[in-house]
Design a protein. Structure first.
Length: 134
């Protein structure tokens, strides 16, 4: 686990984190209790990190998923909204880092679907859009 200096003892976690996150932590298909996923998003918003913060719970097509107040969310959209507020109509959230499992709000940007598709195709051609824009 990032930032933990204790040795990994079970399923890639130290004993403290294993007990904290539960035995299902590495099993992305099962997911965990919804409140833990919500807390993870809230902590991701506060984390001052440059690197990707990968979603450790359930994934669908590479994107993190969670349920909040009975509604299913993709984890990156939920963390974006926690940090920046509502997403404008007609816009989507782009992963600047190109990592679908990343929920770091610094790696997420509100763009049009057309722009998102352009960036995806640009990246597939072997270009790094994120570093080329600065």
């Amino acid at each position: 686990m990032d930032g933990c200096s204790k040795p990994e003892s079970s399923k890639l976690l130290c004993s403290r984190h294993y007990l904290e996150f539960g035995k299902d932590f590495p099993n992305r298909n099962k997911g965990l209790k919804h409140n833990r996923a919500k807390i993870f998003c809230e902590n991701a918003v506060l984390a001052p990190r440059v690197a990707c913060i990968e979603w450790p719970f359930s994934l669908r097509s590479g994107y993190g998923r969670l349920k909040v107040d009975g509604r299913m969310w993709t984890a990156h959209r939920y963390t974006y909204m926690l940090k920046h507020g509502e997403i404008d109509d007609g816009l989507t959230i782009d992963h600047i880092c190109r990592n679908k499992a990343c929920v770091n709000p610094a790696h997420l940007e509100q763009v049009s679907v057309k722009e998102n598709n352009y960036r995806r195709d640009y990246y597939k051609l072997g270009h790094d859009w994120a570093s080329s824009r600065w």
